[in-house]
Design a protein. Structure first.
Length: 246
């Protein structure tokens, strides 16, 4: 909870769980007010951790001397300065703004290359919404999907898009997994139909698994190597194509 992006990255999963419990128990007061209380407490703690807490060092040099004295590797001073001595505005202007072209370029490529995963994820939710017999159930799924809007501030203000994409995929997967575990009717029905599709065309899904397995891991500021390679390949093709008209 002390991480500066926790509320935006992983708390949405807890929100989905609380929404499911509130709906499943017909808006009983203990579930409704309990959920609101948990959200308020975590929100307050998050704000206190971010704006009313700090470290016991007044300058970067002293912090680096202490860290390096207790580590068996050389600690990079750059992240330490940005994390503990820069303001939010300084982090945005020094870190985020210069990297915007890089993020948009490779982020778009990543979204395109992982299109099958996005499509499968959205299909599960859209099917659950469309086949809900009650309007109240449709609203529940829409609210659950809206928890993903919490990722917008992180992508807009913070630099490590590789990690944010990883969290987005993890939370999206866990949302569906938890709802299936709780026997949510709409999600279970979607997964049943998806399972039938896999049985009918296993080769297609095996190829999809093999395709996804070729990707490097998400990490920090970096995007998977395949995204970078794909970008440069398309860039070279574009340059070659434009050269034909010169």
């Amino acid at each position: 909870m002390i991480h500066q992006a926790y509320v935006f990255l992983f708390f949405p999963l807890m929100l989905v769980m609380m929404i499911e419990d509130i709906w499943k128990n017909a808006f009983q007061k203990q579930y409704l007010f309990g959920g609101i209380l948990v959200a308020v407490i975590i929100g307050i703690l998050f704000l206190v951790m971010q704006f009313k807490s700090g470290i016991y060092y007044d300058n970067l040099e002293l912090l680096m001397d202490t860290l390096n004295a207790h580590a068996d590797f050389q600690v990079d001073h750059g992240p330490m300065e940005a994390e503990y001595f820069w303001t939010i505005v300084e982090n945005f202007t020094h870190n985020m703004v210069p990297e915007i072209p890089h993020h948009l370029k490779y982020g778009f490529m990543l979204i395109c290359m992982l299109g099958p995963i996005w499509a499968m994820y959205l299909w599960i939710w859209i099917h659950a919404i469309r086949h809900s017999s009650e309007k109240r159930e449709k609203i529940k799924y829409i609210l659950m999907l809206m928890t993903n809007l919490a990722f917008v501030p992180v992508f807009a203000l913070m630099n490590d898009w590789g990690r944010w994409f990883a969290a987005l995929f993890i939370v999206g997967f866990l949302d569906i997994l938890v709802l299936a575990w709780k026997h949510d009717e709409g999600i279970c029905d979607s997964l049943f139909i998806l399972g039938e599709g896999i049985r009918k065309a296993p080769a297609l899904f095996i190829l999809l698994i093999l395709y996804i397995s070729t990707f490097e891991k998400f990490e920090g500021l970096n995007f998977p190597e395949q995204v970078t390679d794909f970008y440069y390949t398309t860039y070279d093709i574009k340059c070659w194509f434009l050269s034909l008209f010169k």
